[in-house]
Design a protein. Structure first.
Length: 319
């Protein structure tokens, strides 16, 4: 089997395992584990919902919602089924506008195969009104890419800013992007890289519409499966925080929470917590992180806990 085909098979298998983590469970958790090195597992979750493959929308000017749709996955409404049937099958970006007591959907852009496939992870707005997002697959090397949509009259123009190569750059950026006050974009790939656990990357805008791509860090992965599968989080000092679905420093890969900080001309990786799984810890975090007012980090895992149905956790300062 060719290397590219082997990587694709392993990635699909890992994605299927991740999706199974959302299958309904019959019991809820009701325990609190003791704090260990600032890590607290809060009462666990009952898995009683279904996966939604529509991406979370972002609000624009308190008037519109902008989101993505993966047209080759299960859809949530008849409206999206109609949209899916009308496109090339590579995904769309849409807008929802308040209309009376409901919402009106507008299809902003329908991707074609030579641009990229399966836009995922939502979109972010740039200062000039451009939209930015990632393709899970496709792009110049077929392993995913970052795209830009620019308003042009009454339509939108697509530009693929950067592809990832499946090796040093990582592959399959499913987590989406964040943007800082300077317009720099930050994202992750979910596998490959030197450590096998994906990468964190940056795209910096330059003069004349060009962009500079930098791989910030190649994350540890133990050769097990997926790395980050959701967005990074940035603090006021420019440090980045994220979760790795099956990566981390512990062999066997139950996932991790990490921090990336820049000093002495390079980025440094700090493991804030490596999950050990049930019954006393979480496993396989599939979401991003949030800060509370005290600067503590909060998140969830899809597995682990007393009934292996996931936990809510907190990582307390200092870190």
């Amino acid at each position: 089997m060719e290397e590219a085909e082997k990587d694709q098979v392993e990635f699909v298998e890992a994605r299927e395992d991740a999706t199974k983590a959302f299958e309904p469970a019959e019991q809820a958790l009701n325990f609190v584990a003791p704090a260990v090195h600032g890590f607290i597992v809060l009462p666990g979750l009952q898995e009683n919902g279904q996966v939604s493959y529509d991406q979370a929308a972002v609000q624009r000017g308190r008037q519109h919602l902008i989101g993505q749709h993966l047209t080759n996955h299960r859809v949530a409404s008849q409206t999206h089924q109609q949209v899916a049937a009308a496109t090339s099958g590579c995904g769309v970006v849409y807008k929802l506008t308040p209309s009376g007591s409901g919402w009106t959907e507008t299809l902003l852009y329908s991707f074609v195969g030579n641009e990229g496939e399966q836009p995922i992870g939502g979109v972010v707005f740039g200062r000039s009104g451009n939209l930015y997002g990632v393709f899970e697959q496709g792009g110049p090397a077929g392993r995913g890419a970052v795209y830009q949509l620019s308003p042009s009259g009454g339509s939108w123009t697509e530009q693929t800013l950067q592809g990832v190569d499946g090796r040093d750059d990582g592959a399959y950026p499913v987590g989406g992007l964040i943007i800082d006050s300077s317009g720099n974009l930050y994202g992750t790939t979910s596998c490959c890289g030197y450590g096998g656990g994906g990468t964190a990357f940056e795209l910096m805008p330059g003069s004349g519409g060009g962009w500079t791509f930098n791989t910030l860090y190649r994350l540890p992965g133990n050769g097990v499966g997926l790395g980050p599968v959701d967005k990074l989080l940035m603090d006021g000092a420019g440090n980045l925080y994220g979760t790795s679905y099956q990566g981390g420093d512990i062999y066997g890969g139950r996932g991790a929470v990490f921090k990336l900080s820049f000093s002495n001309g390079r980025w440094w990786y700090t493991s804030l917590h490596d999950f050990s799984g049930p019954p006393n810890d979480g496993a396989e975090p599939h979401s991003n992180l949030v800060f509370d007012a005290s600067g503590n980090l909060w998140g969830t895992t899809t597995r682990g806990g007393q009934h292996d149905a996931g936990v809510v956790f907190e990582i307390t300062q200092p870190f």
